[in-house]
Design a protein around this ligand. Structure first.
Ligand SMILES: *[C@@H]1O[C@H](CO)[C@@H](O)[C@H](O)[C@H]1NC(C)=O
Length: 357
């Protein structure tokens, strides 16, 4: 039995690295709940049949495994996407009580919090982005260059420059995540919606970039290609969507035979609230505070905070510890004849604040 598309994506959110590799990348402890892939992190890029083995080690549905085996380069791309989404999530939530820690990820993905919504969106966005990049870099066999037919009419000349291939990426992803079906389940609908928000965020960041060639900048010849925006920008967009996420409750539309998402009715109002816009992240449950360790997060004890800005909210009123730390920096720098700068090493004391447990 194939899991619904959204569940398949949940598997991707969990798609994890060998603990050792993760630790090297993110400064994790290595004790996080990760799917163990023995030896995968240190593996060289797939050669020969190596990708088949990589596909088997990934946490994928049967159908996805088949697609993975058919497409050399995909296993690596999936891992890259998992990296990218984790890094971006942790960056965007570095000042929040929930800091996108891997601890509790499994619990979060089963619920309908705003954080769940963000995880679905950022995972889908990272996969779209990484696939498009892998495609244009020639790391995938089955993808062709985006030929951008719309450009032809506007440019006198156009060389077949291979841009970031989003068209291929989106098509593949839709197939990879499974054909869309009307689901009776609100959770599945919301997950699919949030997944789509992620894919669209990458799409709307696509820019056409052109470069002029010709005698003294005459632009007699122009080369154009499509370029994805840096993933940091996409992460930023999704974080803003998280901040303004829309709460939905179930409301079935029997006539259409599928479940639609609606905001709950305002108190005292008989009608249901407005439907979320296509770009809105949607959630169903209010989030826990993330203050204390729970099955969703390790809590905020031990988190470094800024005394002026974040300690009071981050530490949830438990207060913070202050430690002084000596850090070295360059000082008394002088330009020497000729031509370098000589500096001394100075040491200064810095105060570090961490939330009490
Ligand atoms: C998130 O917070 C936990 C503890 O609250 C901490 O151990 C972990 O290092 C933090 N992760 C990141 C990526 O900052």
């Amino acid at each position: 039995m194939r899991p619904p598309p959204a569940l398949a994506l949940a598997a991707l959110c969990l798609l994890a690295l060998p603990a050792a590799a993760a630790a090297a990348y993110f400064g994790l402890t290595g004790r996080e709940v990760l799917t163990p892939f023995p030896g995968l992190g240190t593996a060289a890029p797939a050669q020969g049949g190596a990708h088949l083995k990589q596909c088997d080690l990934l946490k994928l549905s049967r159908r996805q495994k088949q697609l993975c085996r058919r497409e050399p380069g995909l296993a690596e791309t999936l891992q890259d996407a998992a990296h990218l989404s984790l890094l971006e999530c942790q960056f965007q939530f570095r000042h929040e009580r929930w800091n996108c820690s891997l601890e509790g990820r499994t619990g979060l993905l089963k619920r309908g919090f705003k954080e769940t919504a963000f995880l679905y969106a950022v995972s889908a966005a990272a996969l779209t982005h990484t696939l498009a990049r892998a495609c244009s870099a020639g790391r995938m066999e089955r993808c062709t260059c985006d030929d951008s037919p719309g450009l032809e009419s506007r440019q006198a000349w156009q060389w077949g420059v291979c841009g970031d291939n989003l068209k291929y990426s989106t098509k593949f992803l839709n197939n990879f995540l499974g054909p869309k079906r009307g689901s009776k389940d609100l959770r599945a609908r919301a997950d699919a919606h949030n997944t789509h928000v992620g894919i669209k965020a990458v799409k709307s960041g696509l820019r056409t970039t052109c470069k002029c060639h010709g005698v003294s900048g005459s632009c007699a010849v122009r080369t154009c290609w499509k370029q994805l925006s840096p993933f940091r920008d996409t992460g930023q967009v999704l974080k803003l969507r998280y901040d303004s996420a829309v709460k939905v409750s179930s409301a079935s539309n029997e006539a259409l035979g599928r479940l639609e998402l609606w905001a709950p009715a305002r108190p005292g109002s008989p009608s249901k609230g407005p439907a979320p816009r296509p770009g809105d992240l949607v959630y169903m449950e209010d989030s826990p505070s993330f203050c204390r360790p729970s099955k969703y997060s390790p809590g905020t004890g031990g988190r470094v905070c800024s005394r002026e800005a974040s300690c009071s909210s981050l530490c949830c009123g438990r207060g913070y510890d202050t430690q002084s730390r000596l850090t070295a920096f360059s000082c008394h720098c002088q330009v020497q004849w000729c031509c370098y700068v000589e500096c001394q090493q100075c040491v200064r004391e810095e105060l570090v604040y961490t939330c009490k447990h």
